[in-house]
Design a protein around this ligand. Structure first.
Ligand SMILES: [Zn+2]
Length: 215
């Protein structure tokens, strides 16, 4: 039986139909159920206590070769919440380095942190794809990320002009914390991009396959 590919690349809820979403978990919370896909990472909000952050971080390498684990994340920077930025930086860069080692894409949480993220990007020059999840920025920021080869994942709140200016081959969709149906989001984004819902599913399906299921 061929695998079910996720249409929702980032959520914190177990989907009704196994395999249709990538469920994001903390290292301690990773207890995979059959048929589901996962990402694992130490969230920037979980860097408040350096000792427990270090303990959780240390669990990650042992998890990264699990066959249901498709990505590292969510990881990144949040200048409004979480621990000291120097600790956020070391945790993020360590996890991004593991993503290179284990050849996994990175699902990134970046809140008011574009400069920090770009400085990590320059330091690491990653070969594995970086995906900004829940992107709510302006079209200029979207264009800058895409020009450098990053991917943008949009959830239920976004800047429509940014969606318009995101090339189709850089575009992903997610439900994150939302209870709204992911299909509503597909319909909304299809309309903005001048695509049918079917063609948008096909295009995002190709992006998902290339990113998370490379041959
Ligand atoms: Zn999330």
């Amino acid at each position: 039986m061929s695998p079910v590919y996720p249409i929702d690349i980032h959520t914190h809820r177990l989907p009704v139909y196994p395999g249709t979403a990538i469920v994001s978990l903390s290292p301690l919370g990773f207890h995979p159920l059959s048929g589901h896909w996962y990402s694992v990472g130490l969230h920037p909000w979980d860097t408040l206590h350096p000792d427990s952050a270090a303990e959780e971080l240390a669990l990650i390498p042992a998890l990264l070769s699990h066959p249901q684990l498709l990505a590292v994340g969510e990881v990144g920077y949040d200048t409004l919440r979480g621990g000291e930025l120097s600790l956020q930086q070391s945790c993020f860069e360590q996890q991004a380095a593991w993503a290179e080692e284990f050849r996994k894409p990175v699902v990134i949480h970046a809140v008011k942190a574009a400069e920090l993220l770009w400085s990590s990007y320059r330091r690491l020059s990653p070969q594995m794809p970086w995906i900004i999840h829940g992107f709510r920025g302006k079209p200029q920021a979207a264009e800058q990320y895409c020009r450098h080869g990053l991917y943008l994942s949009y959830g239920h709140r976004f800047n429509p002009l940014a969606v318009r200016s995101t090339p189709l081959d850089r575009l992903l969709l997610e439900s994150d914390e939302s209870e709204e149906d992911i299909h509503t989001l597909y319909a909304e984004v299809a309309r903005l991009k001048g695509e049918t819902v079917e063609s948008l599913h096909r295009i995002i399906g190709e992006n998902v396959q290339k990113l998370f299921f490379p041959a």
